[in-house]
Design a protein around this ligand. Structure first.
Ligand code: ADP
Ligand code: MG
Length: 382
């Protein structure tokens, strides 16, 4: 692997002042609950986005990425989310979001930035948050913002909402900023309280496989926005600010007020919140081997109620469980992307093979299947 220093030198002809990185994430459980002020349980993965950065004499930001050709140039004096587009919006958006939140950029010097990522794009592993958080930790240190990891996660979210235009919650950025080895991050999206919860995968001989369907999604223009609006409509009709305020006991009343589709969307969010809480309890009391029913129930809820899975994902989850996975579910925004399977490490390869065979039998695209390890969040590398 070429070092970030070498990549930076090839791009800008000098050495960087530092290298920062942030990971992609996988959500263990709690899908589409974040923007409903609910609970999520993601972890940071061992695939990272790195940024190498050096100070400039002027007030310009120069951005390059190994992901694409060309250079984007912006001035710190005219950052405007409305005119940001393409991949650079994820980085420039973080700087703008900080200024918008009251951090002064007046004395800030310009930067040369190069980005290199191991996080596959559009696979439901949040390459976008990895990029925002890597930029966030770098800016925080270089420009001396003094912000906490959680505050940086919030800036990443604002960048994604305002500069990119994707109405996503805090889940991705919280995981990327706050992840720890062999832990999940239990995030309450209403209070923004985040706690690490031990997974105990290592001592149990378990692992997590990502099964990327290789069916692409796009949060800014896809069905994600439709689901977001359905939840808003459901909450409005039920007279609450967010679906967080509704429990399973309220679903009978919801059935008398909501149309059938909105009811299904609401039911997913409400039951998913309960499953996140149950997962935290189960991890504490019984450990990860006891999570199968919760993971599988979440998959069924996303498939039948939220209708955000694709056939490739449904088949992959069923095949994984049939081949010996403890549980399997789609992860990420959906409409393509990836699923995860919680597996005994000794059976990981056989389970992956069984999933590939089932998708091939159905004449569907070959999935990319690989293990992920719950890892440390954003940090300075060099
Ligand atoms: P994901 O599920 O991977 O987060 P998104 O659509 O939310 O998918 O974000 C993907 C977008 O993030 C890419 O289209 C690109 O604009 C940006 N991005 C991700 N990684 C990089 C990178 N290494 N360099 C430049 N842009 C990137
Ligand atoms: Mg994303």
């Amino acid at each position: 692997m070429t070092s970030m220093s070498d990549i930076f030198t090839a791009a800008y002809g000098r050495t960087p002042d530092g290298v920062w990185s942030a990971p992609g994430r996988v959500n263990l459980i709690g899908e589409h609950t974040d923007y409903n002020n609910g609970y999520v349980l993601p972890f940071a993965i061992d695939y990272r986005t790195r940024v190498a950065v050096a100070r400039r004499e002027d007030r310009e930001l120069h951005l390059r990425s190994t992901f694409t050709d060309g250079e984007v140039v912006a001035s710190l004096d005219s950052l405007d989310p409305a005119s940001m587009d393409g991949w650079s919006a994820y980085v420039l958006g973080v700087a703008w979001a900080a200024a918008d939140a009251g951090v002064s950029l007046e004395g800030a010097f310009g930067l040369d930035i190069v980005i290199d990522s191991q996080v596959p794009v559009g696979a439901g592993l949040s390459s976008s948050a990895a990029l925002e958080c890597a930029a966030g930790v770098a800016f925080n240190e270089l420009w001396d913002w003094g912000l906490t990891p959680l505050a940086l996660a919030r800036l990443g979210r604002v960048a994604e909402n305002s500069a990119v235009g994707a109405p996503t919650g805090l889940l991705d950025q919280a995981a990327s900023m706050l992840g720890q080895e062999d832990h999940v991050v239990f995030l309450d999206c209403l209070t923004e309280d985040a706690k690490p919860v031990p997974l105990h995968l290592r001592e149990e001989g378990l692992g997590i496989l990502v099964m990327n369907s290789n069916v692409n999604h796009d949060h800014a223009t896809g069905g994600y926005g439709d689901r977001f609006r359905s939840c808003e409509v459901g909450a409005g009709a039920l007279g609450v600010d967010s679906l967080r305020e509704i429990g399973v006991d309220d679903l009978d009343r919801a059935a008398t007020v909501l149309d059938a589709e909105t009811l299904r969307r609401v039911r997913h969010v409400v039951t998913e919140n309960e499953r996140v809480l149950a997962t935290v309890e189960t991890l504490r009391k019984d450990g990860p081997r006891a999570l199968g029913d919760l993971l599988n129930a979440s998959q069924v809820s996303m498939r039948d109620d939220f209708e955000i899975t694709v056939r490739e994902i449904d088949l992959a989850c069923d095949a994984a469980v049939a081949a010996g996975a403890i549980g399997a579910r789609m992860t990420g925004g959906g409409l393509g992307g990836s699923a995860i399977a919680l597996v005994p490490l000794s059976e990981a390869e056989a389970i992956a093979e069984a999933v590939r065979a089932v998708l091939a039998e159905h004449g569907l695209r070959e999935p990319t299947i690989f293990p992920v390890v719950p890892s440390q969040g954003a940090r300075r590398d060099v």
